[in-house]
Design a protein around this ligand. Structure first.
Ligand SMILES: Nc1ncnc2c1ncn2[C@@H]1O[C@H](COP(=O)(O)OP(=O)(O)OP(=O)(O)O)[C@@H](O)[C@H]1O
Length: 733
């Protein structure tokens, strides 16, 4: 496979540039063509039309764009190398053997980018820290010294100051505070304090006293690490984590020996409830649901029902705590059923403004104030949120340019890019690895751009082996720079230090997920930024966010693409001999086209890669079809231009079979009116969520899926929709 350096030449500059795949008369012919092109090309680049160079608009009206394109190198290249004769592909050979490639009409026929009339809203804000120290709490002195010396923390955060005393009183609680505000310790400290103080000293063989459920394996590991640190002085209390992926046998052995504070993902725990004899919940005193709204969500309902039934069968009295940055009324209502007179703890601005003009947190836990909107979530004050509107064809180059801008030309940047599915992560990871990372910092010509940092890409999603997932998680955690491409598996709870940028390449399905994704930066008072990439047809999503008091400012696409002028890798041949000129819109377009060509060449260099890109495109469309009903008017598959979207997967044309498949599916649906569309998309969403957050017992999951499929086929259609968990369903009715 060709490295980036070899790819970044789109027009042959010399006879030697003819691809080595040709020989004899064809090669001579190609040479002649190349020379002719070069002459024509040079002629045009020597006298670039003044009008074009001074153009103010980056994305001109259709007509102008079409005219423009004919005169640019794209037009020339197209004219000289008609598709039939064009020598598609990449070269594995030395750099002088430059491929001549088909070019991409990136800037033609794009929809107009609308003016973004974003409403400015006042975001809900919370104060992170208090001036109160941990030693002011009634905690065991060894616990306080562990917090001070092992965790290096002295003052409490607002949510800790409110939660710890309330939980130590033995109350059930709903805890809501912004992302990165210290909710983990807000429940871990009371759990450890209460267990170490038990009159009859805990034995390992007693089994679990506290059960902590979290949605993902990485979060399970992270929470386990925190608990383990807090337990340093209390060696007789044993923590343990069940997170799937790991060998079930060793987990069984650990369960047999005894785990007193058990941290698990729901799926894995269900797996053990069903298959491990000696798991029991006789002594459970604490049940913690971290990221409670996620855990009580569609994808986990069945698992949670199994777990609650298992616990309720053995122990009735326990303290329940639900935490999340986005606890909504819906979740609260569900929680009311299993919680006993819970205290609602939140650190809202409204509180602060009314009762404490100095902005200190309210000292006592109290219910949400009457006027507070339950679905307006607090966002860290130091988080700058941005949005950019990018036509589908330009999405891929815009994302790549933004990564280059932040992570190559800025220092010490650490970025997380969210995608809607595992396939999309895999596709972009390999594409960027082979085109941007390989030889990154080694442009095809000219010196290294100043202040450039080598790019490092990592990826994380639910279809990876657990060992690799853990290794990536650790590597990205400890790394100062890098780009992590991931699904929502990394959206909740993960505390990855020093993340400076969050990019959402695919819009999230709900404001809550938006909050959690951006919440991976600007944690515990640090500064961070986020970028949401939307298509012009999706611009209204900004209003939808504003209705949840989410304030977001625009970055123009051309400002993102302009970074390409900082790296001569992306130089169009028209500018070949000219040095340091002011970058005009035309040059930026040419460079964006060169970059797109690099991607297209990579994808089209083998049929395997083409089908892989098609699969990724298919996955994108599948995920696009799962947006909830309230967002369907913004994100509807019908509004996707398949050909344009295909470009963002490096495909030169829209795959024919995709649309046929869609039509077939539509026809099939028409034949089966019993399959309600909404039910179907709910199923798809649930399946995606389930696979994303699977227990790790993949074989059994697949088996269960298969069984379910058969069972569904046998059941009447009305039963297809996911039934709410028995114990929770009453709350919904
Ligand atoms: N009192 C404190 N002083 C200093 N740092 C703290 C304190 N409490 C927690 N932290 C640190 O703040 C970071 C965020 O904490 P944590 O992960 O618990 O946030 P969170 O509220 O659970 O976030 P999310 O909603 O995203 O899950 C962690 O690195 C944690 O170690």
């Amino acid at each position: 496979m060709a490295a980036a350096g070899t790819l970044l030449h789109h027009v042959p500059e010399s006879p030697a540039a003819a691809p080595r795949t040709l020989s004899g008369p064809r090669q001579a012919q190609a040479r002649r063509q190349a020379e002719a092109t070069k002459r024509k090309h040079q002629a045009s680049s020597e006298t670039p039309p003044v009008k074009r160079r001074n153009e103010a608009s980056f994305l001109p009206a259709k007509k102008a764009a079409a005219k423009e394109t004919q005169r640019t190198f794209k037009g020339k290249a197209r004219k000289t190398f008609s598709p039939k004769k064009s020598l598609v592909g990449v070269s594995d050979g030395p750099r002088e053997q430059k491929p001549c490639v088909r070019t991409s009409s990136l800037f033609k026929n794009n929809p107009e980018i609308p003016e973004l009339h974003r409403p400015v809203v006042k975001q809900v804000q919370e104060k992170v820290f208090t001036s109160d120290a941990f030693h002011e709490l009634d905690l065991h002195p060894h616990l306080i010294s562990t917090i001070n010396t092992v965790l290096n923390m002295t003052s409490m955060t607002s949510i800790q100051k409110q939660s710890i005393p309330a939980l130590l009183e033995g109350r059930d609680a709903l805890v809501r505070s912004q992302t990165g505000s210290g909710k983990t310790l807000a429940y871990c400290i009371p759990v450890v304090q209460s267990l170490q103080a038990m009159k009859s000293k805990i034995q390992r063989s007693d089994g679990p006293y506290a059960l902590v459920l979290v949605p993902t394996r990485e979060l399970a590991l992270q929470s386990f690490n925190t608990v383990q640190k807090l337990l340093k002085p209390f060696t007789w209390i044993v923590p343990g984590v069940l997170m799937g992926g790991e060998r079930r046998k060793s987990e069984k052995a650990r369960l047999r020996k005894g785990i007193n504070i058990l941290i698990s993902t729901p799926g894995r725990l269900v797996d053990h409830i069903k298959s491990t004899k000696n798991i029991h919940f006789r002594r459970i005193r604490w049940l913690i649901l971290d990221e409670a709204d996620r855990i009580l969500d569609l994808g986990f309902e069945k698992d949670i029902t199994v777990i609650l039934n298992a616990i309720n069968a053995e122990c009735q009295k326990r303290q329940n705590v639900l935490l999340s940055a986005t606890l909504t009324e819906g979740v609260t209502r569900l929680a009311d059923i299993s919680l006993l007179n819970p205290v609602r703890i939140s650190v809202l601005d409204e509180h602060r403004g009314q009762s404490d003009p100095k902005g200190r947190a309210v000292p006592e836990a109290s219910p949400l104030p009457a006027g507070a909107e339950p679905d307006s979530f607090a966002i860290p004050e130091s988080l700058d949120q941005h949005v950019t509107l990018v036509p589908s064809k330009l999405r891929l180059v815009s994302l790549a340019a933004f990564i280059l801008q932040q992570c190559k030309f800025e220092k010490d940047q650490k970025m997380i890019v969210f995608f809607s599915s595992c396939e999309l992560v895999e596709f972009h990871y390999h594409l960027f690895l082979q085109t941007l990372q390989s030889r990154s910092g080694a442009p095809a010509s000219g010196p290294l751009p100043s202040a450039s940092t080598p790019l490092k890409f990592l990826r994380l999603h639910g279809n990876m082996e657990q060992e690799e997932r853990t290794a990536v998680f650790q590597e990205f955690s400890h790394s100062k720079t890098g780009v992590l491409l991931c699904t929502d598996v990394a959206a909740r709870g993960l505390d990855l230090p020093q993340v400076t940028w969050i990019v959402q390449y695919n819009a999230p399905p709900s404001p809550a997920e938006y909050i959690h994704r951006i919440g991976r930066t600007a944690r515990i008072g640090c500064h961070g930024s986020s970028l949401l990439i939307l298509a012009p047809s999706e611009a209204e999503y900004v209003n939808s966010l504003a209705s949840h008091k989410i304030n977001i400012s625009e970055i123009k696409m051309e400002d993102i693409l302009s970074v390409l002028t900082r790296d001569d890798c992306f130089k169009g041949s028209r500018w070949g001999s000219q040095k340091s000129r002011a970058a005009g819109p035309q040059e930026i377009r040419e460079r964006a086209t060169v970059l797109q060509t690099v991607f297209e060449d990579y994808v089209h260099s083998s049929s395997r890669r083409v089908s892989w890109a098609k699969k990724a495109l298919q996955a994108f469309i599948r995920a696009y079809a799962t947006y909830p009903r309230e967002l369907k008017h913004i994100f509807h598959v019908r509004s996707l231009h398949l050909g344009h979207v295909a470009k963002s997967f490096g495909l030169r044309d829209a795959p024919q079979n995709l649309s046929v498949a869609a039509v077939k599916r539509r026809k099939a649906n028409l034949n089966r009116p019993d399959l309600h569309q909404e039910t179907q998309s709910k199923h798809r969403l649930a399946e995606i969520l389930h696979s994303e957050f699977s227990s790790g017992a993949e074989a059994s999951v697949a088996k269960v899926k298969k069984q379910n499929k058969h069972a569904r086929a046998r059941q009447p259609a009305t039963q297809h929709c996911l039934q709410p968990a028995p114990s929770l369903s009453r709350g919904k009715n």
